[in-house]
Design a protein around this ligand. Structure first.
Ligand SMILES: C[S@@+](CC[C@H](N)C(=O)[O-])C[C@H]1O[C@@H](n2cnc3c(N)ncnc32)[C@H](O)[C@@H]1O
Length: 301
């Protein structure tokens, strides 16, 4: 698969987020600068609820992490694409020492150009923001990212939101192991598709392949258990992984009721089935004894 096909997955993610934001699933005043309403991708209620669960999980984990360390911490978003988390955290008053975004050069340059053109983005961006282009499959990725971080000994939240699955398993294992060494007090939050072998999973992989998009990492980490094992085998001390049905149950009940009222969803079985094909993993390594284990996603609702 070409890098440009991988890069295109960013437009899909941004378009789906914009669509869900326009329907009230969550508030994001910044997404409209990164995706036009004219984007014609196929969107469904299930897709919007799935994105809601994913975005809610990443936002609440980031806020909890930054609050725990009262802003003396780093966030490193790998394969950040056009994600708006940095601006949403700033608008929320959440503080951190440094927020680093890593992606292919083409994505980083395009994002910088959009930020430059729009004051609400530009005005919020401060010295605490770093964007760097790097291929995450490269052997020196973790060392280069470490070099871009002012204080890598601070507690660091590393995020991969639908990114590792586009990397060959050897490269993602090497990246995870090298990041654990480069950031010895870090917690990783990862979101990926799983279960590619049942009939729905095969269809999911087939449909993406028909659009030229392969998922080289999906078979190496096929289940929730395999996801936590991948981190534990690569230098992380503790890991928890849950499927998206479970992640949805971790969202406060009033917030779930609110989004369930937004758009009618008849296909509850399909929603449950699709959610069982996505996984959120947290893993930590804690050289400074900072209590990172308390921030792992709970495996009990
Ligand atoms: C599906 S998009 C997700 C974007 C963002 N994390 C989000 O959830 O909105 C995957 C992103 O990972 C980036 N990516 C995938 N493989 C990469 C690699 N080897 N090096 C750098 N970036 C990569 C892509 O360019 C793309 O922006």
């Amino acid at each position: 698969m070409s890098d440009s096909t991988i890069i295109e997955t960013n437009s899909d993610a941004t378009g789906a987020k914009r669509y869900a934001v326009d329907r009230g699933y969550w508030s994001d005043p910044f997404i409209r600068y990164f995706s036009s309403r004219l984007d014609k991708g196929r969107r469904t209620v299930i897709l919007s609820r799935r994105y809601f669960t994913r975005v809610h999980t990443f936002f609440t984990q980031a806020v909890a992490f930054c609050s725990k360390f009262q802003g003396k911490c780093n966030i490193v978003s790998l394969g950040a694409g056009f994600d708006t988390l940095y601006w949403r955290l700033k608008a929320n008053g959440t503080t951190f020492s440094q927020f680093v975004e890593v992606d292919f050069k083409e994505v980083i340059l395009h994002k910088a150009e959009i930020v430059k053109r729009h004051r609400p983005l530009h005005d919020l961006q401060g010295d605490d923001y770093t964007a760097m282009s790097h291929d995450l499959r490269a052997e020196d990725a973790a060392a280069s990212i470490r070099a871009a971080v002012t204080d890598p000994s601070l507690p660091t939240l590393i995020m991969t939101e639908c990114v590792l699955v586009y990397m060959p398993p050897n490269d993602s294992h090497r990246l995870i192991a090298a990041m654990a060494e480069a950031f010895p007090t870090s917690i990783w939050l990862d979101y990926e598709p799983i279960n590619a072998t049942d009939s729905f999973g095969q269809m999911m992989v087939h449909n993406l392949k028909a659009r030229g998009c392969e998922l080289p990492g999906i078979h190496a980490s096929p289940t929730v258990a395999a996801h936590s094992r991948r981190f534990e085998d690569s230098g992380y001390e503790h890991a928890t992984a849950v499927d998206l049905n479970h992640a949805y149950q971790l969202i406060p009940a009033d917030e779930r009721r609110r989004i369930q009222r937004l758009e009618f969803l008849d296909e509850l079985e399909e929603w449950t089935l699709i959610n069982s094909h996505y996984c959120c993993t947290t893993a930590c390594v804690d050289a400074a004894n900072a209590g990172l284990q308390h921030l792992l996603l709970p495996t009990q609702p």
